[in-house]
Each structure stands twice: as structure tokens, then as C-alpha cells.
Design a binder for this molecule. Structure first.
Ligand code: ADP
Ligand code: MG
Length: 401
């Protein structure tokens, strides 16, 4: 591991500034999904066990550098205390006198949540003076927010240069999983990229074809590839202006010995509506009023076979309009098969992306996968081969080995 982890940190009596991701979904002022709160527990537990004072830094929503009361982290305090099983104090500002007083009142093992870092413009500007103000309340810095690591903000990047910096437990888990998926994977590695658009995943596709042994393209974006190969896609969602780009990706895959799987058959319907009458079609025989809404049975079967012949799977993007049955079928079957192979220890299965996670949750296979990243944008940027500033800043502090 190229990062300092909490195992190597001197913790006793130290003030640990911990960047977490508490940007949780809220409904009527209440936390509706506490996954991100639970994700912070291993790091908090470890710090408390070592006798540190745990000072949590987080953002919520986009207040754009101003105090927006409806974006306070206050409503997080109670649910967080419940998840952690310890009292959580709250300071109504993340810097200045209020923060300092709250920190000075802490004893080893205490947990304090500071108010939304984005209430200050210096956070997103990664302002040095603001980062210094944050750093004044800590002896060490722990970054446990992989999902915010694609942003170079004061609390995600700047602080790592001002205090001894460590990767938190969740950060470590995420980086380990991604390394197993794409950094140093067991080969052959199969990728699945689906979702609606080629345009939002161009960097992803171009990078993956240089890293993977096989890549299956599904979802709406596969329509653009079929169109690029001369097939009529009827009324399907298709970015026709990207046909040449799709052909370039096909060529790039060939050059890099990445075997591309485009749909062998597709599921079409005239309406994108629940229970709409669906038919299976060859890519070459789609009527003008038909829309491609899912992968066909042969395509899914070949994909499952490819999983069986691979050691690692990395997946982003559903194979069809999984929100609207019966067009969830391809995604469901593929997900179940990946989950089975992962459960049997035959496949390292890693997935991520907002809708992908929702789909895997709907199928109920998240726990069977080796790792499912909820990091959204950071996960995608990592998959695109980009350097994440929050991760790079931790690497800067690498110990000589
Ligand atoms: P993620 O959030 O996991 O990165 P995307 O946002 O790229 O995934 O894509 C998910 C969306 O793609 C879903 O809303 C799904 O309905 C849509 N989609 C999948 N297949 C098709 C299709 N054939 N036609 C239109 N939309 C599709
Ligand atoms: Mg999405």
C-alpha cells in the first residue's frame, strides 16, 4: 500500500481531522439512507480505540461558499451518533472561535462534527489560508472520502499538505478494490459499460479498451455502436453524430487487443413503458417505430459465458432501461450471474456508478459482489485513468520504504 494508513499513526491524545462524505440523501429534513454514515464507522472506531479526538469534516449539498441553513450538517448529528454508538458533538462552524472552542473541549475518544465546510468559499477554492484555519484544529489529517477525492478542495486536498496525512479505512478499502479491478487485476479482465450515452463515457471507453482484455458494450450507448456499424436502430436512443467516434473506439480496441462485445440481439418495444409488449430482434432488423430498450437473451448468455472465462469483472452502466420492467431483464440476469461467480470465489466483481448501484441494489446482489463503489464521479474518473487530487495528495506523503 502506497499510503500511510491509520495502523502506522501515533494516535493517543491526537486531534484527528477526518474528511468524510456525509452528503447523504435527505427527505423532509431526515436522513433517508445512512450508508455513508455507516461507512465512516471503521475509521472513527479505529481512531477512538487509539485514543484520538475525532473531528469530522464534511460537505453537504452545494451552498456555494455561503451559509445556507437548509444545508447544515446539524440533522446528521443524531443519526450519526446512533450509527457510531457514541455521543457526537456539533460545532456550528468548521473554523474560527466556535470550532476552536468545541475542539478544545474534547477528550480522547470524543467525536465532534464540524459544520458544512462548503459554507466557506475557501473550501472549493482550495484556499491556502482557509486550509490553514482548518489545519489549526488538528494534529493529523485522515481522508476517508474517496467519493470527494476527484475534487481538489481545501478539506479533500489542501489539508494533506499541511498535516501528516493518512488514508482512512473506507478510502483504503475503496483503493484496494479499484486496484484489484483495474490497477493490478487478475487476468483476463472483462469490462461492462452500459448506460444511456456514449458522450458522457467517451473517456471511460477510450481508457478501458487500453486496459481490459474484453469489453462488453450495452445500454443505450450500444445503439450508437450498432448504428456506427451500419445498422438501422429505428426509434432508439442514439447519438448518431458520434458514429465516427464509436468507430474510433472499435479501432482502438483492436489495436490494444481488447475484444469488443456488441449486442448480438436486442429487446425492442414501441413504447418505453412498464409492461410494454417486447420483442427480441437481430440488430439488423429493427423497424422504424421500434426502440432498443434492453440486451437480448443471446447477448446476455454470451456475456455470462465471458464472465465465466474471466478472473475479474469491472462494471459501469446498466444493460437496459432497468427502471422499467421488463427491460430490466438483461441487467438482472447478468448481475445475478456475476454475483454467483463472485460468491463462489471464481470472479473478482467490482461495480460502480449511480444507476449501476441502484440496479444492483434492486437485484439484491450488492453484498455478493467483491466491491460496489458508491463514489459516483470519483469512481468514474478513476475508471477513466485520471489522477484524483485527493488520492494524489495522500501519495505525496508516502513514507520511504
Ligand atoms: P451510471 O449512473 O451507473 O453511470 P448511466 O447514468 O450512464 O449509469 O446510465 C443509466 C441510464 O441508462 C438508466 O437511466 C437507463 O434507463 C439508461 N439506459 C440503459 N439502456 C438504455 C437504452 N437502451 N435506451 C435508453 N436508455 C437506456
Ligand atoms: Mg447515472
Amino acid at each position: 500500500m502506497a499510503f500511510k494508513t491509520l495502523d502506522e499513526a501515533e494516535l493517543s491524545g491526537k486531534r484527528a481531522l477526518v474528511r468524510v462524505d456525509f452528503n447523504v440523501p435527505m427527505e423532509d429534513g431526515r436522513v433517508s439512507d445512512d450508508t455513508r454514515l455507516r461507512a465512516a464507522k471503521p475509521t472513527v472506531d479505529k481512531l477512538r480505540a487509539g485514543g484520538a479526538k475525532v473531528i469530522l469534516l464534511a460537505h453537504f449539498d452545494r451552498p456555494k461558499g455561503k451559509v445556507v441553513p437548509s444545508m447544515s450538517l446539524g440533522p446528521i448529528v443524531e443519526p450519526l451518533a446512533k450509527v457510531l454508538g457514541v455521543p457526537v458533538a456539533f460545532a456550528p462552524d468548521c473554523v474560527g472561535a466556535k470550532a476552536r472552542e468545541a475542539v478544545n473541549a474534547m477528550r480522547p475518544g470524543d467525536v465532534l462534527l464540524l459544520e458544512n465546510v462548503r459554507f466557506h468559499p475557501g473550501e472549493e477554492a482550495n484556499d491556502k489560508a482557509f486550509a490553514n484555519e482548518l489545519a489549526a484544529n488538528g494534529d493529523l489529517y485522515v481522508n476517508d472520502a474517496f467519493s470527494a477525492a476527484h475534487r481538489a478542495h481545501a478539506s479533500t486536498e489542501g489539508l494533506a499538505h499541511l498535516l501528516p496525512a493518512y488514508a482512512g479505512e473506507q478510502m483504503r478499502l475503496e483503493l484496494d478494490a479499484l486496484d484489484r479491478a483495474l490497477g493490478n487485476p487478475e487476468r483476463p479482465v472483462l469490462g461492462i459499460v452500459g448506460g444511456s450515452k456514449v458522450s458522457t463515457k467517451l473517456d471511460l471507453l477510450s481508457h478501458l479498451v487500453t486496459r481490459l482484455d474484453k469489453l462488453a458494450i450495452g445500454g443505450g450507448m450500444a445503439n450508437t455502436f450498432l448504428y456506427a456499424q451500419g445498422h438501422d436502430v429505428g426509434a432508439s436512443y442514439c447519438e448518431k453524430e458520434l458514429a465516427e467516434t464509436a468507430r474510433e473506439i472499435i479501432r482502438l480496441a483492436g489495436k490494444n487487443n481488447c475484444k469488443l462485445f456488441l449486442p448480438l440481439d436486442v429487446v425492442v418495444a414501441e413504447k418505453m413503458a412498464p409492461g410494454a409488449p417486447a420483442r427480441v430482434r437481430d440488430p439488423g432488423s429493427i423497424d422504424d417505430d421500434e426502440r432498443i430498450l434492453d440486451a437480448g437473451p443471446e447477448t446476455v448468455e454470451r456475456l455470462c459465458r465471458a464472465m465465466g472465462n474471466s478472473k475479474t469483472l469491472v462494471w459501469n452502466g446498466p444493460l437496459g432501461v432497468f427502471e422499467i420492467p421488463p427491460f430490466d431483464k438483461g441487467t438482472m440476469e447478468a448481475a445475478r450471474h456475476a454475483a454467483k461467480l463472485a460468491r463462489e470465489g471464481k470472479l473478482v466483481a467490482v461495480a460502480g456508478g449511480g444507476d449501476t448501484v441502484a440496479a444492483l441494489n434492486a437485484v439484491g446482489v450488492v453484498d455478493d459482489f467483491t466491491f460496489v463503489s458508491t463514489a459516483g464521479g470519483a469512481f468514474l474518473e478513476w475508471m477513466e485513468g485520471k489522477t484524483l487530487p485527493g488520492v494524489a495528495a495522500l501519495l505525496d506523503k508516502r513514507l520511504p520504504r
